[in-house]
Design a protein. Structure first.
Length: 323
């Protein structure tokens, strides 16, 4: 089980890194040029996504923020993954890992706390496997420009510290930005990001984002006019235009990100936004806020069924240990 657990950790965090490269880490706050705004802590209504890998359904993702007193917010997110296939261009040493994981399912839950100024102050992530006895836990706290991490796998425990730039964001929720505004044709910005697949001597990669076009996106029921936002590596880090493409977002006029495609190792991971009704249902089923919201109690509007502003509540010992 130890080898299997290690394999799962490697591959799931590979998937996390794949999405991490093209979500919050490419968005604000570090840009060259004027960038659109997205704040995960402002997403008070649940947003859910259907996940596909190379066109095959492989899971669900959902995110919701809770507002409390003094503008402190707690963001809950969860990703459920099943039957992970090896990417087309995955390194040969990684393929046996994916093969051994096809019968496993993963549930990755993250709770992030944002302070009154909007900056991330702490987060807790728990990854559960359907065939593992103990979950994998990653706890982080930010003090000044230092991120302190504690990773626990069973009885194994590792602590480390890393630089944390001022106003940096966390991409560990593994979900796309729910909104991106404002956009117009030709708008562009750049971001230097860390890539786990780059050379150890040059781990940073410069990404260019451009609002390239407007099209009509069909979900089978209706057509919606959307902006296409493309994220590419700079020319010196890729030889062809196709090879430099890292991600593509489809953004409605009101700023809703309806679809996101991430490209890496010859494969694509697609996030397809669920309707408001489906998002609420999935959030009710998967987030379990009554159990995992350690800092806030949940109040609901009986007339709409949507979450209202949460009120502070003292966590019980059971709730404090839930994640």
């Amino acid at each position: 089980m130890g080898n299997r657990l290690y394999t799962a950790a490697v591959v799931v965090f590979w998937l996390g890194a794949m999405t991490w490269l093209v979500t919050d880490r490419i968005l604000p706050p570090f840009f060259g040029g004027d960038a659109p705004t997205t704040r995960v802590a402002n997403q008070l209504e649940p947003v859910a996504w259907r996940i596909e890998m190379d066109g095959r359904p492989c899971g669900e993702a959902v995110l919701q923020a809770l507002a409390g007193d003094s503008d402190i917010r707690e963001v809950h997110s969860l990703i459920q993954l099943d039957r992970i296939e090896a990417p087309e261009a995955a390194p040969f040493w990684m393929r046996p890992m994916f093969k051994s994981l096809r019968d496993l399912s993963f549930r990755i839950r993250t709770v992030s706390t944002f302070g009154s100024l909007g900056g991330l102050s702490s987060f807790k992530t728990k990854m559960e496997l359907n065939q593992a006895d103990a979950p994998i836990r990653v706890n982080g706290s930010i003090s000044g420009e230092t991120l302190s991490l504690n990773v626990r796998i069973g009885e194994l425990n590792k602590r480390s510290k890393h630089p944390w730039p001022k106003n940096a964001t966390l991409g560990g929720e593994m979900t796309p930005a729910a909104r991106l505004l404002p956009l117009w044709e030709g708008r562009s910005w750049t971001q230097e990001i860390y890539s786990p697949f780059a050379s150890p001597k040059e781990p940073l990669e410069m990404i260019e984002a451009t609002v390239s076009d407007r099209i009509r996106l069909s979900d089978g029921a209706e057509n919606t006019e959307v902006w296409i936002v493309e994220y590419r590596a700079t020319e010196k880090t890729g030889s062809t235009d196709k090879g430099r493409l890292r991600a593509r977002l489809f953004v409605a006029e009101d700023g809703r990100v309806l679809k996101q495609e991430a490209f890496l190792l010859g494969s694509s991971v697609t996030f397809l936004r669920r309707s408001e009704e489906e998002s609420q249902r999935i959030a009710d089923e998967l987030l379990e806020l009554e159990k995992y919201a350690t800092s806030y109690s949940i109040a609901r509007e009986s007339s709409t069924g949507l979450p209202s502003k949460a009120t502070p509540a003292e966590p019980s010992p059971h709730e404090a240990e839930a994640l």
